[in-house]
Design a protein around this ligand. Structure first.
Ligand code: PSU
Ligand code: MN
Length: 307
């Protein structure tokens, strides 16, 4: 089977890849699941615009009618943003979605798989999935962590959400040999805030050092990605106490309401969202724009030194 027949590139993405220009992958779970309509579409378009203005080409990755899209048209992007019925697709889901010619909004893990297939080396997202709270009994650990240990794509993110068990997430990444590199910070960020109470593996001041470390990793034959943890800008960060309190309250109330397993993430998430109000969507956008800038700079630098 020639899987490349199932890949459909947006024109500008195809040209950039043929010409050896920098391309930055984006995931579609943000579009179809994490961000509310219609802000999702507006934010993802703006992220793309920022990547372009920095001299790289954005490629949102998704599956539409069994076709692997590497870069979306405006209509496709709007379709994924409007429909609330697109399946969340992680690594394990891709084969069946293709077999059935369905749609899929790709998670970090699935976007890495497909970006790698398209030879895209840099991927920008908001947060990676992690070890879910209570995973010591539920075993709910995101497939994103395993993917980071085996697929050669650098992931620029604002850390892990505080609804996850950040400490255990970092331990798993360490066990799997995934570099967790702070971008201008020695503390691992927690999505809404620059601080989590946990340190990073190592930190860099700019994209040059980051790109060089990635180059060495792959030259050594060390498979897998890196996590480039880029904190939300200080002016857009949410109040640390409010976030801590929301998570704490969420845990207490959730126990009373007998929340179980996977339901916890959405439950805690909604608690944060309602406590934070209007600033919630603004912070989500701001951290993505900030990651887009770093992702574009990294893609350009890697392009210059990798080959
Ligand atoms: N981080 C979050 N919420 C999410 C995600 C990440 O705080 O919904 C999305 C990303 O697309 C990530 C995926 O790759 O969910 C991880 O899902 P799971 O934990 O089921 O692997
Ligand atoms: Mn899970």
């Amino acid at each position: 089977m020639r899987i490349d027949r199932y890949l459909e590139y947006a024109k500008d993405v195809k040209n950039a890849l043929l010409d050896g220009k920098p391309v930055v992958a984006l995931e579609s779970t943000i579009l179809s699941h994490n961000l509310p309509y219609p802000e999702n579409i507006e934010i993802v378009k703006k992220v793309g615009g920022i990547i372009e203005s920095q001299g790289a080409v954005p490629a949102t990755i998704a599956i539409i009618k069994g076709r692997i899209k590497i870069g979306l048209t405006k209509e496709e992007l709007e379709f994924l943003g409007e429909s609330r019925e697109i399946k969340k697709a992680s690594r394990r889901d891709i084969p069946m979605i293709l077999a059935r010619e369905e749609h899929g909004a790709t998670t970090v893990a699935a976007t890495m798989v497909l970006a790698d297939l398209a030879k895209i080396k840099v991927f920008v997202t908001g947060a990676i999935g992690g070890v879910h709270c209570g995973a010591e009994t539920t075993f709910d650990v995101s497939a994103d962590l395993e993917e980071l240990s085996r697929t050669n794509v650098a992931v620029v993110c604002a850390g892990v959400k505080p609804t996850q068990d950040i400490g255990r997430t970092l331990e798993v990444l360490e066990s799997k040999g995934v570099p967790v590199i702070g971008y201008g910070t020695s503390e691992f960020p927690a999505f809404y805030t620059a601080k989590s109470g946990y340190g990073v593996n190592t930190f860099v001041e700019d994209e040059k050092e980051l790109a060089l470390a990635i180059k060495f990793k792959w030259a050594l034959g060390l498979k897998g990605g890196v996590v480039a943890a880029n904190p939300i800008p200080i002016e857009d960060a949410l109040d640390q106490d409010l976030i801590d309190r929301s998570v704490e309250e969420g845990f207490m109330e959730g126990k009373k309401e007998n929340i179980q397993g996977k339901a916890w993430t959405a439950y805690l998430h909604n608690r944060i969202k309602s406590n934070v109000g209007d600033a919630w969507i603004k912070s989500n956008g701001a951290l993505l724009y900030n990651n887009a800038k770093v992702g574009a700079a990294l893609a350009k630098e890697l392009n210059d030194i990798l080959y």
